[in-house]
Ligand binder design. Structure first.
Ligand code: 13P
Length: 334
């Protein structure tokens, strides 16, 4: 695949008014979501739930792509049609999570580093054959009095850049995700400083590894106070700080930025994105790649009657997609 092909996939991912639905929870993460609502974590329940999401009528009105987990990209609808085929037919770009999760960073208590580079070249080739056109790697940056160390920031940036280069070699658009975690009692100012250091380190590393930014998407966290902070920033403050840090660290040649929701309420995730877009125009489209903020209301309704509530849960998925699609244009009315 040429750089032009990577570029056109990346641009399609952030087409005006469209964003990504992240349904790439690992088997252990979906176990937590299912357990919270009393659903048994079986392969069939995971398959049925992902089928519900991916077959939502009109999903592509506001959704450009979906990030799948390794198990999911190999699954099919109950009628035996591979999910990737359903997605392509419905105009949804298949994506795949390729990292193998975090491990403690030796020598740096409280810091973690994402694993999964070994064998990644071969895995990417297989995912490309299965139909994946973009891939996600998530780095996790924790904030405490002692974290993150500069070593953790650099180790994670290096891994993200190595992964991104391998993706482009395989003809897959890398979605690089350095998530600065919201947990903690830190202020929005501390979140800003950590985001600035993390994004600077990431774009240096991408440059060092010869990654073509024109064929790359950034999945970013928002600059926001910690969940246990005594001082809460309002919607405008979060939007202003997030746009400011992105403008000072992210080159304009990047085709787009999508945000994770990270544990924000559905309403906050939408309101923050909307406020940022009302402050535009910006050098890049700002859209969404929400997991929880796209799914939690629908998941709860589905859990109450997993056979009977499919259509009504899909309506909620469509509604959340529409609200976030409007927010990606700065046209959400609240
Ligand atoms: P949340 O929006 O639930 O944070 O999930 C997005 C995601 O893919 C995190 O890696």
């Amino acid at each position: 695949m040429s750089i032009e092909d990577l570029e056109s996939v990346a641009q399609a991912m952030v087409a005006p008014g469209k964003g990504i639905i992240a349904i790439d929870e690992s088997t252990t993460t979906i176990a937590k979501r299912f357990q919270a609502i009393g659903i048994e974590n079986t392969e069939e329940n995971r398959r049925a739930y992902r089928e519900l999401l991916l077959t939502t009528p009109g999903l592509s009105d506001h959704i450009s792509g979906a990030i799948l987990f390794d198990e999911t990209i190999r699954q099919s609808t109950k009628d035996g049609v591979p999910f990737t085929q359903v997605m392509k037919k419905n105009g949804i770009i298949p994506g795949i999570k390729v990292d193998k999760g975090t491990q403690a960073l030796a020598g740096f208590p409280g810091d973690v580093v994402t694993e999964g580079l070994d064998g990644l070249r071969e895995r990417l080739q297989e995912y490309a054959k299965l139909g994946a056109q973009f891939a996600k790697w998530r780095a996790v940056i924790n904030i405490t009095e002692e974290n993150p160390s500069s070593t953790a920031i650099e180790a994670n940036a290096h891994a993200l850049a190595r992964y991104a280069a391998l993706c482009q070699e395989a003809g897959i658009v890398p979605m690089v995700e350095p998530e600065v975690i919201m947990d903690g009692d830190h202020t929005i100012e501390v979140s800003y400083e950590v985001h600035e250091a993390v994004l600077r380190s990431l774009f240096n590393a991408l440059y060092e590894q010869n990654v073509m930014l024109e064929g790359t998407i950034l999945k970013a966290s928002m600059v926001i106070h910690g969940t246990k902070s005594a001082e809460k920033a309002d919607v405008e403050e979060v939007a202003e700080a997030t746009v400011r840090v992105l403008k000072s660290t992210v080159p304009a040649s990047l085709p787009g930025i999508v945000f994770l929701s990270g544990g924000q309420s559905d309403k906050d995730a939408t309101a923050h994105l909307n406020a940022m877009n009302r402050m535009g125009p910006h050098p890049w489209p700002l859209s969404f790649s929400y997991g929880r903020a796209m799914q939690q209301a629908a998941l709860k309704l589905w859990s109450e009657d997993i056979k009977g509530n499919v259509a009504s849960a899909q309506k909620i998925v469509h509604e959340r997609a529409k609200e976030n699609g409007l927010a990606a244009l700065g046209q959400w009315k609240g």
